[in-house]
Design a protein around this ligand. Structure first.
Ligand SMILES: Cc1cc2nc3c(=O)[nH]c(=O)nc-3n(C[C@H](O)[C@H](O)[C@H](O)COP(=O)(O)OP(=O)(O)OC[C@H]3O[C@@H](n4cnc5c(N)ncnc54)[C@H](O)[C@@H]3O)c2cc1C
Length: 348
């Protein structure tokens, strides 16, 4: 006897979790396959969301729509899972010169930026080094990604919608109505497999991914840092108990090498430069971001029938996933348009 589901979701990182919830919210049944203990980008993500690219002071693509959807979805997911994982955290940009201060104050007067930037220059918190003070952002925060994924997996497990096993693409059989996969029958299967789609040979052979490796360190400081995130080249995010997460680095090779000494030293040198005190590193993690060649996500049909791709969110899955999940699920339910710039077929 086959078990019937509307959708099979392959992958239980940020993308798969948000998409599964959204499908269920619109009335679809879901079964998720995930390998929670395998290396995944979501497990090392700091979980920050921020609608502004601070280095260039530019808005992220579709930032306003994404922020609106983020604030609607994660609190609902907290209620659905009876868990807490969505927290406001102020992000502070440290200025390197008077020109950056001026740009900040000018942007504060523009309607596009004023919802996100505090309209004043603020002194730096105790312990942080910088000659030109800082600007604080409004409405930013962090998703505690590990707690979030655990809560979603557990909620799905309770509805018999979670299997901790590798999904074997070779065992998928397609017909005109949908797919058979072992003991499951479904309308469609959606790959949310992150960078793994690009890092090894994959049955879907989806072109366009360009993975980016990232590393973070967890550091104990000699005195506490206020509950916020300090951004100056790298971020330093307060985790309580005088601990901070520092990151992240970017690299386009060494995907299978794990954490490297060179990046650990780069991040420790950063703390030396910005922190007026002593510190020691507690641990060090690495992951591979599922980025794409044109830096747009990957959301839409795959060339194979009844097969879809949802991912490619690079370093911003927390911000992007709720909005993109809505776009995809409303396409399934109501036939609304997908986003042309995100279609996987743009790389064919
Ligand atoms: C150091 C670092 C810091 C970051 N910080 C942030 C941040 O602050 N904010 C932010 O928004 N983003 C951040 N990111 C980026 C973020 O981690 C990614 O955008 C996001 O995690 C991608 O999620 P995903 O679900 O698409 O992929 P993944 O997290 O990689 O999840 C894919 C899942 O699919 C599973 N899987 C794959 N193939 C199969 C299969 N065949 N069968 C079953 N399961 C399978 C994997 O085991 C994995 O669990 C950071 C990334 C790094 C590396």
């Amino acid at each position: 006897m086959k078990k019937h589901f509307d959708y099979i979701v392959v992958g239980g990182g940020i993308s798969g979790c948000v998409l599964s919830y959204t499908l269920m919210k619109y009335g679809a049944s879901v079964i998720m396959y995930d390998m929670p203990k395998e290396n995944k980008s979501s497990a090392v993500a700091a979980g920050l969301w921020n609608p502004i690219v601070l280095k260039r002071m530019k808005k992220v693509w579709k930032a306003d729509e994404m922020i609106d959807e983020l604030h609607a979805v994660y609190p609902d997911m907290e209620e659905w899972t009876s868990s807490n994982f969505f927290d406001p955290v102020s992000i502070r940009r440290v200025f390197h010169n008077a020109g950056e201060q001026n740009t900040w104050m000018e942007l504060c007067d523009s309607p596009a930026f004023s919802p996100y930037l505090e309209g004043c220059i603020s002194p730096l918190p105790k312990g942080v080094i910088g000659a030109f003070e800082s600007g604080r952002m409004k409405g930013t925060g962090r998703l505690n990604v590990s707690a979030f994924m655990e809560a979603v997996h557990e909620a799905l497990r309770k509805e018999n919608g979670f299997r901790e096993e590798r999904f074997e693409w070779d065992a998928v059989f397609r017909d005109t109505e949908g797919i058979d996969y072992k003991d499951v029958r479904a309308h469609a299967v959606i790959s949310c497999e992150g960078a793994q789609m690009a890092l090894k040979e994959h049955a879907l052979d989806q072109d366009g991914f360009s993975p980016v490796k990232g590393e973070v360190i967890r550091v104990k400081l000699d005195k506490p840092l206020e509950n916020e995130c300090i951004h100056q080249k790298h971020f330093m995010l307060s985790e309580g108990k005088q601990e901070v997460t520092v990151g992240a680095t970017y690299a386009w090779d060494g995907f299978n090498d794990g954490p490297t000494l060179a990046k650990k030293e780069e991040l420790e040198a950063h703390v030396d430069k910005v922190w007026n005190g002593t510190h020691n590193t507690l641990y060090h993690l690495s992951g591979v971001r599922p980025a794409t060649k044109d830096r747009r996500p990957m959301v839409g049909p795959h060339a194979l029938e009844h097969t879809w791709v949802f991912g490619g969110m690079g370093s911003r899955a927390v911000l992007m996933a709720p909005y993109l999940a809505k776009v995809l699920v409303e396409h399934f339910m109501y036939g609304t348009d997908l986003l042309a710039e995100c279609l996987p077929s743009r790389f064919s």
